[in-house]
Design a protein around this ligand. Structure first.
Ligand code: NAI
Ligand code: A1CAB
Length: 264
């Protein structure tokens, strides 16, 4: 059994651990740590049955995998602090904007690092995860990482530059989708449907649409199937185009990219 130490026990650490435990219960011994929020640690211990600690240093030397799930602003000082304890552990981080180069720089020469960008659907094994590997990750470590990622959903290897550009598309865009869901749910409620029903009908609509997309059909073709020529959907789509929804999404993605750069 390999020992996996998380530093950070917040939303993303828990989403990933939850996904791993559903798929790979017996493969990893998981220890979760944070900066001292004992109540949060007790919660994760009760919820996931993992070991907890407020002092990651007690576990770092005999861990096989170090999973950094702290805010991007905290990560460089943490890496410096961790550096003297590193031997051959695989270090992977999910911090937005903190690339492979930034992970390697504070660590000893030859440190094995990976930059991973999951999303919160990791919690149910449905994240679309992107990852980039540092130059010193060996075959066994890559296999271990892929085992972890398999637990949280499909994963796609990309370059570090692509990962910077795509973080909004897979990491942040779930929030954009939930925003759309919130708006549609509110509209449905405004028509006298109660909240639970409104959420059910919107979530099933999104689920069905996602399944159609994941069957490989092109968005354009799927739009055409819905929009009867001269019909009501076409009238609605025209409003979205006139109001520049494309431009709004482009600007939202760009805002995420710019924000992620602020870490440095
Ligand atoms: N929430 C999301 O959808 C996604 C988040 N991420 C990344 O995941 C990381 C964590 O984000 P969230 O889980 O959303 O935040 P969060 O605020 O829920 O969790 C942060 C955790 O880090 C701990 N922490 C903070 N500073 C620390 C330090 N110096 N030493 C040890 N522990 C420390 C906190 O106690 C907390 O447990 C961020 O870097 C973010 O960019 C990446 C992809 C998606
Ligand atoms: O909002 C954030 O900064 C993180 C990065 C991707 C998703 N959540």
């Amino acid at each position: 059994m390999q020992k996996l130490l998380t530093i950070g026990a917040g939303r993303m650490a828990q989403a990933v651990i939850s996904g791993i435990l559903q798929q790979e219960q017996d493969r990893f011994h998981i220890v979760m740590s944070n900066r001292g929020n004992v109540a949060r640690l007790e919660q994760v211990k009760n919820k996931y049955g993992v070991e907890i600690t407020t002092n990651w240093k007690d576990h770092v030397t005999n861990a096989d995998i170090l999973f950094l799930a702290v805010p991007p602003s905290q990560q460089q000082s943490l890496l410096h602090e961790m550096s003297p304890y590193l031997t051959n552990q695989l270090v992977f981080s999910v911090a937005a904007g903190v690339g492979v180069r930034e992970l390697e720089a504070p660590l000893p020469e030859g440190a094995a690092v990976a930059w991973v960008m999951p999303n919160t659907a990791a919690e149910i094994g449905q994240s679309m995860t992107l990852y980039a590997l540092g130059q010193h990750v060996n075959e066994i470590q890559e296999k271990t990482l892929l085992t972890i990622l398999k637990g949280i959903g499909p994963a796609q290897r990309v370059t570090e530059e692509q990962l910077h550009a795509l973080t909004p598309v897979t990491g942040s865009a779930p929030a954009f989708m939930y925003y759309v869901a919130e708006v549609l749910t509110r509209l449905a409620r405004g028509k006298g449907v109660d909240e639970a029903v409104a959420q059910q009908l919107v979530s099933q609509m999104i689920l069905g649409s996602a399944r159609m997309l994941s069957s490989g059909q092109k968005p354009k073709d799927l739009i055409d199937q819905v929009a009867t020529p001269g019909g009501s959907t076409a009238a609605g789509l025209k409003v979205l185009q006139t109001e520049d929804l494309d431009g709004m999404f482009e600007r939202a993605v760009q805002a995420c990219v710019e924000k992620n750069k602020e870490v440095y």
